[in-house]
Structures are given as structure tokens and as C-alpha cells.
Write a protein that binds this ligand. Structure first.
Ligand code: B4P
Length: 191
């Protein structure tokens, strides 16, 4: 199974991708988590990413694409993967297409989680109480929503045209949303 998880910040991508990857036995590849790990370890990649993340901006495509290319070349992705938070720009969509063509692989589905924006902001403000993330403060949270609307939401059309989008209502408790995702994938003949 090769899946993408897309949706605005706070929609539950990371939360749901972690659960589903354990169920399917394929790795979850979260670009946000990889960046945060590198920031914590103060690697060169982390230094390149940090100021963009702190400002709620996307890390430049060339940095992000190179990181994903290297990750998808690893052996554990042969049987499938779940990409969480990538691609987020037109350039990243093109690069992912190239990477998958080189690997002779295709995406099975793009899971899109939809949640209204006030709920998204409330969730991220709640997470801010404990996360310690520099991008979990109200101004940056609102900016991240704008960046998503401008740069990432339009990409959904590309995948819709390919007929692989599975849209799921992300409102409700985590178990409920997880059940909906499994049900929607099955209904689309993707499991
Ligand atoms: P991410 O780590 O992807 O952060 P995010 O969009 O905020 O989503 P996240 O996965 O954390 O939140 P989730 O919706 O699961 O990106 C962070 C930054 O990294 C970006 O701003 C950018 O700078 C950089 N970056 C990452 N990928 C990039 C790329 N491809 N290109 C360029 N830059 C990139 O959950 C949010 C909260 O909601 C959690 O607290 C969770 O517990 C809660 N929640 C989840 N489901 C819920 C539910 N059903 N009910 C209530 N709460 C719920």
C-alpha cells in the first residue's frame, strides 16, 4: 500500500498516519517529524530547515525533495509507505512522480482529511500547551493555515484528476476518524 496523507495543519495527518502505518505494517514517513528530529540533533539539514519551520513557512523544495528521495530509497519502503505531509507544493508533486517512476511504483490513494479552520486552530493551540514546538503559537498557526490554502490545497485537484483521492471527514474523536479512514479506503477498493 502506497498512501499520501494530506490536509491542513491540525487535521490529524500525523495522528492518523501513525495508527494506519502500524496497522498496515508499512513505514510512516512524516517530513515534519524528520525535520524536527534534525533540528533537535542540530544537523546541517536541521539548521537549513529551522528558520522556515519556526516562521510557519515551507522548507525549500530542494531540501525537502532530496530528503524524501533518500528516504524512499531505503529498503523498508519496498512493500509500501505512508507519506504524511509530503508533497505540499507543485514542485514536490512533480518530484514525487519522478521518484516513484524511477522506482517503478505508483500511489494507491491520497487520503484527504477535512476539518474546519476554527477547529484546526483550537487543536493546535491545545497542542501548544505541551508540545514545546516553536511553530505552535497563534500567529504562526494562522500563517500555516494560509500557507496551506495558497500552496497545498490547489494540489488536491491534481490527485482528484487521477481518481485516487479518498476524502474523509476529520471531525470527531481519533478512533472515529481512524474507522472512517479504513472504511473509506475499503469502499474505494484500496485495501
Ligand atoms: P508537520 O509536522 O506536517 O505539521 P502539521 O501540518 O502541523 O501537522 P501535524 O501532523 O503535526 O498535526 P496533526 O494534523 O496530526 O509540519 C510542520 C512544519 O514542517 C511545516 O510548517 C513546514 O515548515 C515543515 N514541513 C513539513 N513537511 C514539509 C514539506 N513537505 N515541505 C516543506 N516544508 C515542510 O495534529 C495536530 C493536533 O491535533 C495534535 O495535537 C493531535 O493530537 C490533534 N488531533 C489529531 N486528531 C484529532 C482529533 N480527531 N480530535 C482532536 N484532536 C486531534
Amino acid at each position: 500500500m502506497r498512501l499520501l496523507f494530506m490536509g491542513p495543519p491540525g487535521a490529524g495527518k500525523g495522528t492518523q498516519a501513525m495508527r494506519l502505518s502500524a496497522e498496515l505494517g508499512v513505514p510512516q514517513i512524516s517530513t515534519g517529524d524528520i525535520f524536527r528530529h534534525n533540528v533537535a540533533e542540530q544537523t546541517e539539514l536541521g539548521q537549513a530547515a529551522q528558520r522556515f519551520m519556526d516562521a510557519g513557512e515551507y522548507v525549500p523544495d530542494e531540501v525537502t525533495n532530496e530528503m524524501v528521495r533518500a528516504r524512499l530509497a531505503e529498503e523498508d519502503t519496498r512493500q509500501g509507505f505512508l507519506l504524511d505531509g509530503y508533497p505540499r507544493t507543485v514542485d514536490q508533486v512533480q518530484t514525487l512522480d519522478e521518484i516513484l517512476a524511477e522506482l517503478d511504483q505508483e500511489l494507491d490513494a491520497v487520503v484527504v482529511l477535512s476539518v474546519d479552520s476554527e477547529e484546526l486552530i483550537a487543536r493546535l493551540l491545545k497542542r501548544a500547551e505541551t508540545s514545546g514546538r516553536d511553530d505552535d503559537n497563534e500567529d504562526v498557526i494562522r500563517h500555516r493555515q494560509e500557507v496551506f490554502k495558497a500552496q497545498t490545497a490547489p494540489l488536491l485537484q491534481t490527485y482528484e484528476q487521477r481518481g485516487i483521492v479518498v476524502e474523509v471527514d476529520g471531525l470527531g474523536d481519533v478512533d472515529e476518524v481512524a474507522e472512517r479512514i479504513v472504511g473509506a479506503l475499503a469502499a474505494a477498493g484500496k485495501s
